[in-house]
Design a protein around this ligand. Structure first.
Ligand SMILES: [Zn+2]
Ligand SMILES: [Zn+2]
Ligand SMILES: [Zn+2]
Length: 280
């Protein structure tokens, strides 16, 4: 049987609504919880093995785990692959601790620097010490055969490395490959050509944090570098791959139906929708 991947959220680390924000994307969600958008994360499901895994433990982990358990009844939660140590990607691990789930040795995969960060900083080190989680280091480009029909390959990407380096993940089922890269500073700083790489991939969920320059009013966008969606579309045009943008900031006009969304879709790209799934 095939592997299924579910997009459990498509927002940037701060989610929607972002704390204290009343912008046009956040205000409706402040009033209506149904309009809340979860932080970018994947659920990967192997029904034959009755198991599922998450990519990233976001601040919305509680709801996202529930979504996954509802979707994958009878399947066991078998581990979390972490991309990096920015708040939207690992802080959901707090729910695995003594005050909440108190899990037993859930495998947490990440780079050695990511895992060292967890092992040496409170409160994360308590998860390690009392064995709520079990740290499993992964290496750039070394695939992990997680089940007979599923392998996951970590790929190092350039991104602000304040606390850890950063990974994207390539998820391979028996028929298709899906690439998940929620955070990257620049496609040009990658070790390889992204367009050539994506030619071999069926589905790509990539960093769509900002649509265009000037989106962060009153802040220096160079402090938080990301490829702008406008630039990524130019760079990736002509691919057969299904490319969807995720990790959208609350300021991103693509959240709404409008001229920017039309511009994107006319060029064959889309934004990732929470709950969307693919069979690999
Ligand atoms: Zn992020
Ligand atoms: Zn906002
Ligand atoms: Zn980040």
């Amino acid at each position: 049987m095939s592997i299924e991947v579910i997009l459990l959220g498509a927002a940037q680390d701060g989610g929607i609504p972002q704390a204290g924000c009343e912008c046009r994307n956040c205000l409706p969600a402040q009033h209506d919880p149904g309009r809340k958008k979860f932080v970018s994360s994947l659920g990967i499901l192997d029904r034959e093995e009755e198991a599922f895994w998450l990519v990233d433990a976001t601040p919305d982990f509680r709801e996202q785990l529930h979504l996954m358990q509802t979707h994958a009844q009878d399947c066991k939660f078998e581990g979390i692959f972490i991309t990096h140590a920015h708040i939207g990607h690992y802080t959901g691990l707090i729910h695995l601790g003594r005050e909440a789930m108190h899990t037993k040795s859930i495998p947490v995969y990440g780079t050695q620097t990511m895992l060292d960060f967890l092992a040496s900083n409170a409160p994360w080190n308590q998860l390690v010490e009392i064995r709520n989680i079990e740290l499993r280091p992964v290496q750039d480009s070394v695939s992990i055969e997680i089940s007979p029909n599923l392998s996951i390959t970590p790929i190092t990407v350039p991104h602000r490395s304040e606390y850890s380096d950063t990974l994207a993940y390539l998820v391979k089922g028996s028929n298709k490959k899906l690439f998940f890269c929620p955070d990257i500073d620049s496609w040009d700083k990658l070790q390889f050509n992204i367009k050539e790489f994506l030619e071999e991939v069926d589905i790509a969920l990539v960093d769509g944090t900002f649509f265009s320059e000037g989106e962060l009013e009153g802040r220096v966008m160079g402090d938080v570098p990301h490829p702008l969606v406008e630039e990524s579309v130019q760079k990736l045009q002509g691919l057969q791959t299904e490319v969807l943008f995720v990790h959208l900031n609350h300021t991103n006009p693509l959240w709404e139906v409008g001229s920017e969304r039309s511009w994107l879709e006319e060029r064959g790209f889309r934004i990732g929708e929470q709950g969307q799934s693919w069979v690999l």
